[in-house]
Design a protein around this ligand. Sequence first.
Ligand SMILES: Cc1ncc(COP(=O)(O)O)c(C=O)c1O
Length: 411
Amino acid sequence: MTDTNINLEDKANFSSPLGARDLYDFDEIIDRHNTGAVKIERCKALYGTDDVLPLWVADMDFRTPDFIIEAIRERCEHPILGYSMPPKEFYPTVIEWISEHHQWNIDRQWIGFLPGIVPGLSFSVQSLTSPGDEVIVQPPVYYPFFHVIKNNNRVLVNNPLKTVNGKFEMDFEDLEQKITSKTKLFILCSPHNPGGKVWNAESLKRLAEICSKHNITVVSDEIHADMVLEGYKHIPFATVSEEAAKISLTFMAPSKTFNMPGLISSSYIITNKEIRTKFVDFLESSELTGGNIFAYAATVAAFEKGNDWRKQMLEYVQGNIDFVVDFLKTNIPQITPMIPEASFLVWLNCQELGMETDDLFDFFAQKAGLGLNKGTIFGPGGEYHLRLNVACPRSILQKAMKQLKDAVTAP
Ligand SMILES: Cc1ncc(COP(=O)(O)O)c(C=O)c1O
């Protein structure tokens, strides 16, 4: 392993069940061609060329951890892949992980299987609101939030985030002004994508107070919860106050953290019986309650065996973030990254490069050979921005930064 910021002695001290030799190699370059990877397959359509370093879709270019592949392989040892229930350890394992990592003690009846968080967002819009109702989001935000509202004929209402000292903050004054008698749902991104913001208890409590006062249900998308970086702590929305628990649905998943989003495995947690009944009735009437046998096996393996891998992965990601931040500061000071507090996405403010957003996107693709997400797909506030995924081997990121520097400094 080269140039990571992980001290080898510290690594040897990880209490891995497989022993101290179990060091993971995040420097390994893995060819994802011919695997159907969205990150590769959609380059031509998006960037006009296949010849870009793809640093966009939010999955990792790291090997999916061995204990997950092993769990799937083990399940394949049985010759029948028939209709299956979740294994008996499935819910206890998920519940224990959430209790240990997020200090949230979940009753078994509050939690259930969800076939993907984005689908879950759409199910909540469909089950908890009616056509014409208003749903609030906080852009710039993960763009499928807009789709699940608009495609279900609900009215999208933006409560844009403010940038204060280089970090996102919620704008509660604007929120209160935007609420009407038609506002029924608020979709929260916590931690926030694309800003990597870990919301503090004060902001979440204030949000709960406002939404509770106006009878607005909050769907809290917490898919990035297990990727909080050193110095920060994820607080599940439902735990900040009694009213937050009463008005919310929480979605969590091991998929992003353990690089297995192609398996589709997530959970809903809903403490309020009335909301849970409406949501679960929708899932049941649409026959959406079951997962696949590999998702179940991988989830159990991730939560039972994954903590050391997760820690090593986050240290490597932090090293990648530090590398990009330092590189930009020294070589391309016109680009200002928002320093993430969670996850592996870096929100780049490129306004000082002096290009409109579309031109910026084309410049990155065609002149620098880099495929990033265009800021404006994340809604208002995304102008002049691009989102960079740093969950890749450091050598790829080094190459990417060099290409960017060459393009920016070219005569
Ligand atoms: C905030 C957020 N929610 C949901 C998802 C995707 O969830 P799923 O693959 O379970 O639909 C992503 C993926 O990037 C995300 O960033």
